[in-house]
Structure formats: structure tokens, C-alpha cells
Design a protein around this ligand. Structure first.
Ligand code: PGA
Ligand code: ZN
Length: 421
């Protein structure tokens, strides 16, 4: 046995930013290196995501993960003990085999994600590399462009907006730190503007730390966000993005979408997006249609001059991404490790995306902790984009880690070039 052999794998039930239980997993090697990773959790989840293991019952209103902790300690540790911590593929394969289901429901996608990520963190520590460098080897390139969800709606806030995220994208920035500063200045002025125009409660933030003004038309959100950018002296330096998360305002009985007062059918919603792209600097649209509408998404991708990102559409799953690629649905992959359950599978999806000309946007979940593996993963993958909310510590820690990486690595002082650059 080498000193890279795994000695222990353990888990602890902790709470995420919503005070809901999640897992903190630690992998330790015989040499004494260790790595810990926290598992994120979505609210606006896709139907095709890996299933989480939750206890049910009354404890934590059914959301406890005590069973998952026991699975890690009793079942996963004996399976992984003695394996080389740097053989991520073999470890993830062993997890998939041990689970034995197609939807990860036995061990739980959350359990597997925690073990898989903690393995990588431990391996980076055992080999004395920062995680982004371990994940990216020599290739870890430029820093991702951040997309700031400055106005929230949908499942993430009670603002009245159907679209879940209205993002400001600092397309005019030359470096990550400049992108962050421009966005921070604009975010603050946007708060003032919302208070002037609506009410002080607009400053209340949603799950991802974006504002929640009482709006119902996304064009009002765009107008006020762009006006804040103007006020901050950055007119033209910001573009817009949305995560429509359309599944969550789709009615499958009537096959219509509740965006404005009158329900839209698919064709009308596609027209609405085309009009928005004509009228605004809208360069990125995530999940424009319900999560199984590959044909409609392909139609929009073909017709529109904006990036189309698949989140609920692909669920970081190579099979679903392959279907999308074959049909021309979308041109960017939203990457969330816990949607699929292991790091290896997420990296395979990223590889498939890249080989087919799809951009990669690494993403947080609405349930996060301040663990910064997400920022490391974005850099390690050379993802062109990162989506990790706006304020609240579990989001800002990702930005702070990216600032450190920018400082530490001169070669990373440049920003990536997403398709709109
Ligand atoms: P979730 O939302 O983390 O609740 O899934 C974020 C998103 O839809 O991108
Ligand atoms: Zn989404």
C-alpha cells in the first residue's frame, strides 16, 4: 500500500445556508492528508437529477441526512479503504457500482457527491497542489466570467417575476477582480434605485443574494439593472442574462407558460425571447423552455443570437447532453456536480460539451455552504463562466477564492472569453 491509500471516509450532518441539513464528508489518506467537501442542494431542481438520500420522518422536517452519514461510515468507507486517492475515476466507478441504481437513489446523489468531491480535495492535498491545479493539471487557464443574479424571481424569491434569475454580466471587464468590483458598485446602486422606484423592501434579498423588487415583467428588471449600470458609469460594460427555469412556470395540462398576465404557448414564448434579445443586450438564456423540450430549445438556439444554457435540460448528464447535441438544443452546459452524483461524470459531461463546441458555466445550488470547491472547479475546468449568486457568505466566499487564485497565479490574471466576448 502506498501512502496515497485512503484510510478513512467519514461524514457529518451539517446545515446549509437555508438551515437545512446536508453532508460534510472527509477523506483521509494513510499519509495523513485529508480533504473535506460540503454537498450543495437545489430548490429549483430538475426532474432528471440524481436523487438525494433524505431520512423522512419528523427530524429536520424529513430532510435529515443521518442515514446518508451512516452509509458513508458503514458502507462507503470499507469499499474505498486502501484505494489510491488520486484514482478519481476508479473511486467514482466504485461508488456508482455500490449504488447500483440509475438515479443514485440507494446511496443518494448527495452522499456520492460528498465522497467524490472530498476524494479530489484529499488527493490535491496529498499531492500538494491547490485543488484547481490538481483538477486542471497544467491546463487550468483563465478565470471564469461571473454572472450576477441581481434580481430574483421564480422559485428563488417571492418577487412576482416568473424568470428565476435576472443577471448582470460584466462583459467589459478585463480581469476577474475588475468584473467583481464593477458588479459590486452596480449592485449597491441598484439597491438605491429599487428603493427610489419601488419600496425599501425591494432591497430584501432572495436565496442567492439578489434583490426581490415587486415586479412582474422581466423588462422592468432589465431596465432598472441597466440603469444602475449607467449610474455606476458602466453603461455598455454590462450585458444581461436570465435563468428562466421555465419548467417551474410551465403547466403541462394546458402546455402553456405563465410569464406575464396571459399564458404563452411555446411559440409565443420563443417569440418573446427573440423580442427580448432584439430590445436588450441579453446574451445568455438558461432553460428557456420546460426541461424535456429539446425540440423547442433547438428551435430557439437556431433562431436567437444569444447563448442558450441547459440546466434542468441537461442535469449535467452526458446522455441528456448528447441528446441535446444531436438535436442542436442549447450551446452551453450548466455544470452542477450533485445533479449527476460524481465528479468524474461531471467532468465527462464537461468534456463532451467542450468537444462539441458548447461553453461551460459552473454553477452553485441555492443551498450552499461557504466551501469553495466550486470556485476551484470552475478554474480547474477552465470554464468560461461561473454562476454563484451575489451576496451572502456562501456566495461571496467563491468570489473571494477566485480573487486569491487571481493573485496567486499571474497566468490566471486574464478573464475567459465566453461566446459573447
Ligand atoms: P437550484 O437553482 O440550485 O435551486 O437548482 C439554481 C438554478 O436553477 O440554476
Ligand atoms: Zn437553472
Amino acid at each position: 500500500m502506498t501512502n496515497l491509500s485512503i484510510e478513512t471516509v467519514s461524514a457529518l450532518e451539517i446545515v446549509d445556508c437555508r438551515l437545512e441539513p446536508t453532508l460534510r464528508v472527509t477523506v483521509r489518506t494513510e499519509s495523513g492528508a485529508s480533504g473535506t467537501a460540503d454537498v450543495p442542494c437545489g430548490r429549483s431542481t430538475g426532474a432528471h437529477e440524481a436523487v438525494e438520500r433524505r431520512d423522512g420522518g419528523s427530524r429536520f422536517n424529513g430532510k435529515g441526512v443521518a442515514d446518508a452519514v451512516e452509509i458513508v461510515n458503514e458502507e462507503i468507507e470499507p469499499t474505498l479503504a486502501g484505494r489510491d486517492v488520486t484514482d478519481q475515476r476508479a473511486i467514482d466507478r466504485a461508488l456508482v457500482e455500490l449504488d447500483g441504481t440509475s438515479d443514485r437513489s440507494r446511496l443518494g446523489g448527495n452522499t456520492m457527491t460528498g465522497v467524490s468531491l472530498a476524494t479530489a480535495v484529499a488527493a490535491a492535498s496529498a499531492t500538494d497542489l491547490p485543488l484547481y491545479r490538481y483538477l486542471g493539471r497544467a491546463d487550468a487557464g483563465s478565470l471564469p466570467v461571473p454572472l450576477f443574479d441581481v434580481i430574483e424571481g421564480g422559485e428563488l424569491a417571492e418577487s412576482g417575476l416568473a424568470f428565476q434569475e435576472h443577471q448582470l454580466i460584466p462583459v467589459g471587464a478585463d480581469s476577474f477582480s475588475e468584473a467583481l468590483r464593477m458588479s459590486a458598485e452596480t449592485y449597491s446602486l441598484l439597491g438605491d434605485l429599487l428603493e427610489e422606484r419601488y419600496d425599501a423592501r425591494s432591497r430584501n434579498v432572495g436565496v442567492e443574494g439578489g434583490y426581490t423588487p415587486p415586479l412582474s415583467d422581466p423588462r422592468d428588471a432589465f431596465d432598472v439593472a441597466l440603469e444602475a449600470a449607467e449610474r455606476a458609469g458602466y453603461g455598455g460594460a454590462f450585458a444581461l442574462g436570465i435563468d428562466a427555469a421555465a419548467t417551474h412556470f410551465y403547466d403541462d395540462q394546458t402546455e402553456t407558460y405563465a410569464v406575464l398576465d396571459e399564458p404563452f404557448d411555446r411559440g409565443e414564448l420563443v417569440e418573446f425571447y427573440l423580442d427580448l434579445v432584439d430590445a436588450y443586450p441579453l446574451v445568455s438564456i438558461e432553460d428557456p423552455l420546460e426541461e424535456d423540450d429539446f425540440a423547442g430549445t433547438a428551435e430557439l438556439t437556431e433562431a436567437v443570437d444569444a447563448q442558450i444554457v441547459g440546466d434542468d435540460l441537461f442535469t449535467t448528464n452526458s446522455d441528456r447532453l448528447r441528446s441535446g447535441i444531436e438535436r442542436g438544443a442549447g450551446d452551453a452546459l450548466l455544470l452542477k456536480v450533485n445533479q449527476v452524483g460524481t465528479l468524474t461524470e461531471a467532468l465527462e459531461a464537461a468534456d463532451l460539451a467542450r468537444r462539441n463546441g458548447y461553453d461551460i458555466q459552473v454553477s452553485e445550488r441555492s443551498g450552499q455552504t461557504p466551501d469553495t470547491w466550486l470556485a476551484e472547479l470552475a478554474v480547474g475546468l477552465s470554464a468560461t463562466q461561473i454562476k454563484t449568486g451575489v451576496t451572502r457568505g456562501e456566495r461571496t466566499e467563491q468570489y473571494n477564492r477566485l480573487l486569491e487564485i487571481e493573485r496567486d497565479r499571474d497566468t490566471l490574471a486574464t478573464l475567459s472569453e465566453p461566446p459573447w466576448s
